[in-house]
Design a protein around this ligand. Structure first.
Ligand SMILES: Nc1ncnc2c1ncn2[C@@H]1O[C@H](COP(=O)(O)OP(=O)(O)OP(=O)(O)O)[C@@H](O)[C@H]1O
Length: 289
């Protein structure tokens, strides 16, 4: 079995006013990747390309080691996908929806679906329109999980949900990943969700990948340094990300040993970094070029 459950290689897609440029992402089996970026950064476009819902201009996407266009049916059978707004028929029941969805998958497990619904507290006799947003998301996730996928691709699965339901969904993803052959790729704006469950974090900004790294490497090795604005020019070139105010600046240092070797540290303070710090500083640095 191939090691990488998802591999995106030099992927490009052009719209009139937006360009997804040279996207490269690798997710090994057994891990969860959080995909972050501002509104309009290109997350949904990337996910739709993986699911072959839109055509790429160039590049390659391998899912479970296979080309996502050539092996589309095989891949869809083994991938649980939940889009930004799960598409359901409002007037039909949860049970009908699941029966309908089940017809598309060779490995559909009706008993597993019923179990998941019970666990999630979703009443399958209810019509879709009678479900809250959280219940709809749970239904979509139950359907996605009930055809025994190896990979879950989720577009903002926790957005707009209350903290309790968000936490439940995150637990389900953690359980899913206990099987080392599985993988999860999910987009999100909620950095605390990513800090909680992701093994890898990929940041996209304006159609380009800014970084794709192990989360622990970022949180344990990258640092936030702060100093006086008058001294910024001494450090600017060696900061991976930057935020300035009238009096001071803060910046990201990826390799502190190398940074210390060529800078006077007595004028700086060094802090631990959070994922929010990383996102804010990297977006700022792009804006200030
Ligand atoms: N079919 C389309 N035709 C033209 N432009 C499009 C099309 N679909 C998306 N875009 C543009 O591509 C850009 C990226 O959109 P995308 O939905 O991928 O962003 P996103 O990162 O998912 O944002 P959000 O967090 O708001 O969901 C946007 O500028 C959007 O307007």
């Amino acid at each position: 079995m191939e090691d990488n459950i998802l591999e995106i290689i030099n992927l490009n897609k052009n719209y009139d006013k937006f360009k997804l440029s040279d996207i490269n992402i690798t997710l090994p089996r057994g891990y969860i990747m959080g995909f972050v970026g501002a509104n309009g950064a290109g997350k949904t476009t990337t996910i739709k390309l993986i699911m072959n819902m839109i055509r790429r201009d160039s590049g390659k996407i391998n899912v479970m080691g296979k080309d996502n266009i050539k092996y589309e049916m095989h891949i869809k059978n083994k991938t649980g996908y939940v889009g930004e707004q799960p598409v359901f028929y409002d007037d039909l029941t949860v049970r009908w929806t699941a029966n309908f969805a089940g017809k598309f998958y060779s490995d559909w497990d009706g008993a597993a679906f019923n179990e998941l619904l019970t666990r999630f507290g979703v009443d399958k006799t209810k019509k879709i329109k009678q479900l809250s947003k959280g219940m709809r998301m749970k239904t979509a996730l139950a359907i996605a999980l009930s055809h025994r996928p190896e990979l879950l691709i989720l577009d903002e699965p926790t957005s707009g949900l209350d903290p309790v339901i968000r936490d439940e969904l995150l637990d389900i993803l953690m359980e899913f990943i206990q099987d080392e052959r599985h993988g999860v790729f999910f987009s999100s704006h909620i950095t605390s969700d990513i800090e909680k469950i992701a093994d890898y974090v990929t940041l996209i900004d304006n159609g380009k990948i800014i970084f794709s790294e192990e989360k622990d490497k970022i949180l344990n090795h990258w640092k936030l340094v702060k100093g006086d604005i008058n001294k910024l020019d001494d450090y600017r070139d060696d900061l991976a990300g930057l935020k300035v105010s009238k009096t001071g600046f803060s910046g990201i240092v990826k390799d502190m040993d190398a940074f210390k070797a060529c800078h006077d540290m007595s004028l700086l303070t060094i802090d631990k970094i959070s994922l929010d710090d990383v996102l804010l500083h990297l977006a700022k640095k792009e804006n200030q070029k």
